[in-house]
Design a protein around this ligand. Structure first.
Ligand code: IMP
Ligand code: MG
Length: 184
């Protein structure tokens, strides 16, 4: 259910338009992704590397569906500021402390839009000499011109709307919503 208009008026003046992916749809897909990832990594050390902040809810649901040993760490980059258009100005704010050399890295992203954020991160992470590097994105808008590395694991194809909820924000609002909705 969408929060009431009264509640939303307090959310930076932006209102939700409609639910694009509901809780059940997301949960079912996350379960499938967990199985896919479990099967994709039969051996070796796996580091699931969440790109903060957008992936925090997806990552916490996803890792509980992966049935093999793994380590979790985070990477922090920032690209959008308070707008709804990617600036391409990617800033790395936190570097993972986990040793990555020789390990499988699965970089978990909330949504791939222009791909600028991931292109930059893929270049940086390859310098750590991982055994493998793959991307898992909950949502993919399929609009990127060029991707250094196409996502191996994609949850849902997203419309080219600005989406919020389940970790995704607009100016840091709406991340807590259990579903994914579009903004007006
Ligand atoms: P890209 O660099 O254009 O691919 O953008 C990637 C990042 O921008 C994602 O990790 C999100 O944090 C943010 N982003 C892209 N599209 C959306 C959206 O529709 N809603 C909220 N955040 C988005
Ligand atoms: Mg964001």
């Amino acid at each position: 259910m969408l929060p009431s208009t009264a509640q939303l008026r307090q959310t930076g003046g932006r209102e939700l338009k409609r639910i694009v992916f509901d809780e059940e749809t997301i949960a079912e897909r996350v379960r499938e992704l967990g199985r896919e990832i479990t099967a994709a990594y039969p051996d070796g050390d796996l580091v699931v590397l969440g790109l903060l902040k957008g992936s925090f809810i997806f990552l916490s649901d996803l890792v509980r569906r992966i049935e093999r040993p793994l380590q979790v760490d985070f990477i922090v980059a920032s690209s959008y500021g308070e707008g709804t258009v990617s600036s391409g100005n990617v800033r790395l704010v936190y570097d993972p402390e986990t040793e990555l050399a020789g390990k499988h890295i699965l970089l978990v992203e909330d949504i791939i839009d222009t791909g600028k954020t991931l292109n930059k991160l893929v270049t940086l992470l390859r310098q750590r000499r991982p055994r493998s590097l793959e991307i898992c994105a909950l949502l993919h808008k399929h609009v990127a011109n060029y991707l250094e590395l196409e996502a191996k694991i994609v949850g849902l194809d997203a419309p080219t709307l600005f989406l919020v909820g389940y970790g995704l924000d607009h100016a840091e609002n709406f991340r807590h919503l259990p579903y994914i909705a579009s903004l007006t």
